[in-house]
Write a protein that binds this ligand. Sequence first.
Ligand SMILES: Nc1ccn([C@@H]2O[C@H](COP(=O)(O)O)[C@@H](O)[C@H]2O)c(=O)n1
Ligand SMILES: C[C@@]1(CO)OP(=O)(O)OP(=O)(O)OC[C@H]1O
Length: 159
Amino acid sequence: MNCRIGQGFDVHAFGPGDHVMLGGVRVTHDRGVIAHSDGDVILHALCDALLGAMALGDIGKHFPPSDPRWKDADSRLFLRHCRQLLAEHRWSIGNADITVLCERPRIGPHANAMRGLIAADLGVAVDAISIKATTTEKLGFTGREEGIAAQAVCLLVRE
Ligand SMILES: Nc1ccn([C@@H]2O[C@H](COP(=O)(O)O)[C@@H](O)[C@H]2O)c(=O)n1
Ligand SMILES: C[C@@]1(CO)OP(=O)(O)OP(=O)(O)OC[C@H]1O
């Protein structure tokens, strides 16, 4: 069996707003994020992990921030595009594991909803998708609540 690993990382600054899109879920918050698309750090990190495993560049290469088509775009579109690329290149997802770094909002109560959407968009079982969260103990930009970060790793397999 042929295997590949990939990793991705994304950050968005908090800005004015009343919600944050995370893993495709609209999470109510007292801030929004500043981004060209909907600024979903979970999905952006996951797309980068998948693209990285396939050595197909990064999300900005596939969806340039200079392209008005992606203004306020639903990041689930990006994930579904990655699914298409996986199929074209005959890769299947073994698993993906994601960590969100922020003091707030709390991720735990939404993690299963996020896993469900991601699994549906990628056509995999929910137990292939893991979402975890940590604060950074009030340290750094996430600790000061200036922004939110996510990192993702994935394993791809090909028979
Ligand atoms: N935004 C967050 C941050 C953390 N959690 C959950 O709380 C646990 C403890 O966080 P520490 O940073 O103190 O380790 C963590 O393991 C998560 O389960 C969360 O849901 N949302
Ligand atoms: C997602 C894209 C889409 O134009 O823009 P942003 O929403 O700003 O997000 P980023 O994580 O900076 O990735 C780059 C772009 O591909």
